[in-house]
Design a protein around this ligand. Structure first.
Ligand code: NAP
Length: 325
């Protein structure tokens, strides 16, 4: 446990694949890392220590698990491995950061301050949900609702079944193209009659016979008890309601990076709120502060890419400490 007047060598904020991988590398480099893993929250959508994989059932695309593994089991293994090498863990959120001088000062949700020589930000991003009760329930119980087609789309339950994607951006187009390899029909439900996605991605979707566009429509209810059976749609022009039978719903309406606690810290974020890093490194605009995983990656957003970024951040922090000793 950290005390107010001891400055930690490495503090990792976040406990998804990026955070735990950074912890494993930092601990094995004898940097005695402290990992601040966050506090569970359920409102408006569930957010748990361990990140988005805590809301995922089967993970089948992480190398090394030929039979697959559940997201929560995987995160438990990551944590065990980090702790085995001496990572210390605290179940607190960071509410405010002062990066103006070293040691850096991190305010926690328990109203104390953690001092740090280096900080690795690995707080991830959360998928945006429509916000319907049954949508969130089925998303957390393996009921056929997901925010990641690449993670879940290839599961047997979706093979040769009617599926739907919600959204009109590049992610929705990418998810629809991916799902068209498995589903019998893939409906893209969009609230307007023009897409936000780039022309090239639109063209690919519009040329695919398996994909059908459902324009000017909002999903107002998700129907089904254990698994999804249909969605209720509302026409955004006429207000008319209709039912569309589907066995899978993929919500692709954007992500929100978990960077609110960085407000006022002077760290540079991009226009969408992701932490900017220098080129291929994990270096942020503040020396000694590094970022890894989905909090600084709006493109790939996979467990394996986040883990790789966590490794880089620990190596960058280790080098930085050696140079500034
Ligand atoms: P996005 O561009 O923000 O698009 C979100 C889509 O969801 C929009 O079409 C929006 O509708 C819709 N939407 C938002 N809130 C909604 C709600 N409550 N109900 C129904 N629909 C809602 O997000 P994204 O597609 O995730 O892309 C994020 C960034 O990553 C973009 O810069 C994108 O270019 C990039 N990206 C690139 C690639 C690639 O190049 N391979 C792949 C994926 C993502 P409106 O259009 O009506 O606002």
């Amino acid at each position: 446990m950290s005390s107010e007047n001891v400055s930690e060598q490495v503090v990792i904020i976040g406990s998804g694949p990026a955070g735990w991988t950074a912890a494993i590398y930092a601990a094995r480099a004898n940097l005695n890392p402290l990992c601040l893993i966050g506090v569970p929250r359920t409102n408006p959508a569930p957010v748990l220590p361990g990140g988005q994989l805590m809301l995922t059932t089967e993970v089948e695309n992480y190398p090394g698990f030929p039979e697959g593994i559940t997201g929560p089991d995987m995160m438990q293994n990551f944590q065990k491995q980090a702790e085995r090498f001496g990572t210390r863990v605290r179940g607190v959120d960071v509410t405010k950061c002062d990066f103006s001088s070293r040691p850096f000062k991190l305010q926690t949700s328990e109203d104390d301050e953690v001092l740090a020589e280096t900080v690795i930000i690995a707080t991830g991003a959360t998928a945006n949900w429509i916000g319907l009760e049954n949508e969130l329930r089925l998303a957390t119980t393996g009921g056929g609702v997901s925010a990641c087609a690449v993670c879940d789309g290839a599961l047997p339950a979706f093979r040769d079944q009617p599926l739907a994607v919600v959204g009109g951006g590049d992610s929705a187009m990418e998810e629809a193209s991916y799902l068209a390899k498995f589903g019998s029909t893939v409906y893209v439900i969009h609230r307007r009659d023009t897409l936000r996605a780039s022309k090239a991605m639109q063209d690919r979707v519009l040329a695919n016979d398996t994909i059908k566009m459902v324009w000017n429509s909002s999903v107002v209810d998700v129907l089904g008890d254990k698994t999804i059976e249909a969605v209720e749609l509302e026409d955004t022009v006429t207000g008319e309601r209709s039912k569309l039978e589907v066995r899978g719903l993929f919500v692709a309406i954007g992500h929100t990076p978990a960077t609110a606690f960085l407000e006022g810290s002077n760290i540079t974020l991009d226009d969408a709120g992701y932490v900017l890093v220098e080129g291929d490194s994990s270096r942020t605009s503040i020396e000694g502060v590094f970022a890894a995983g989905d909090v600084s990656d709006s493109t790939y957003r996979q467990a394996i890419t986040a883990a790789g970024m966590g490794c880089r951040a620990a190596l960058d922090a280790e080098r930085w400490l050696a140079e500034h000793e």
